[in-house]
Design a binder for this molecule. Structure first.
Ligand code: MN
Length: 274
């Protein structure tokens, strides 16, 4: 099953969706490997037209490549498979949207984008900083992913929004400054000008949303933003030169109502139309 309206071949498309169904390091509630297919299914429950952007999915050339075929259990092998896949994919200049999976999948994707775009900037929307150096002995985990990503792109090129859960051992302190300290989504306005036309990769951990809006996630954190706040923030990103996006950490089976999957599908519709 493709995402709704994603009926174009790769060659003829402008926007490319790819599922990355990996959740091997989920520390609390696993299950995000089921997210890409849950999002596709839920996409048929929403309309193709965005009243916020006054644009329609039906007017876009969207390709859904399906899911990257991953192994089971072998983390390093999976990270290598993802990186190799993305290396090949981004040789073509298109807008790429990846559907996780847990947040660790962002690491090989960002690594790949950094090889292509030397001055890559990363914007992270997330409840958690994900800047811990190692989690229970693992250097590569969904709890450490942004530390590993920042080591590649440079901490000065990482902008975080929505953070409300930090670990005392995480590595925020060495580069704490105005940009990094203010996590309110409204701060996006402040740094969008600084970023200018540099290539930007957006990693959207859906647990940035409040638990009442989005219970279907592995490590829910109360006190998050509303759908509309997130949407307003994403609409600001239309001023940026976005080269890639991932949407991670939907864990559909923890939300029996299915609203979380529908919310994720709706967000992806808006990101396609951006
Ligand atoms: Mn995260």
């Amino acid at each position: 099953m493709n995402f709704y309206c994603a009926a174009f071949e790769f060659q003829k498309s402008n926007v490319v969706l790819t599922g990355v169904p990996y959740d091997g390091t989920s520390s609390f509630r696993p299950g995000s490997r089921f997210a890409p297919d849950a999002i596709r299914e839920a996409s048929y429950g929403i309309e193709s037209y965005s009243p916020y952007q006054k644009k329609d999915l039906r007017d876009k050339k969207i390709c859904d490549l399906g899911n990257i075929p991953l192994s089971f259990g072998d983390k390093q092998l999976n990270l290598d498979i993802i990186e190799t896949f993305v290396d090949k994919l981004i040789k073509k200049r298109k807008r790429f949207i990846f559907m996780g999976g847990e947040h660790l999948v962002s690491y090989p994707i960002i690594k790949s984008f950094k090889k292509k775009y030397k001055n890559l900037t990363v914007i992270q929307l997330d409840a958690h900083s994900d800047l811990i150096d190692s989690y229970r002995g693992e250097r590569f985990s969904h709890a450490t992913v942004m530390k590993r990503a920042a080591e590649i792109v440079g901490f000065e090129n990482l902008y975080q929004l929505g953070i409300r859960s930090l670990n005392s051992t995480d590595t925020l302190l060495p580069y704490r400054d105005e940009k990094m300290q203010l996590f309110s989504l409204s701060n996006a306005e402040k740094f969008i000008k600084d970023i200018g036309k540099k290539p930007v990769y957006v990693t959207l951990d859906l647990d940035v949303l409040d638990t009442s809006v989005f219970p279907g996630t592995g490590t829910p954190e109360p006190g998050g933003v509303s759908y509309k706040e997130l949407l307003e923030c994403m609409l600001l990103f239309s001023a940026l030169n976005i080269v890639g996006i991932d949407v991670v950490e939907l864990s559909p089976h923890y939300d029996t109502s299915g609203i979380s999957s529908i919310t994720a599908a709706s967000i992806i519709r808006e990101l396609i139309l951006l």
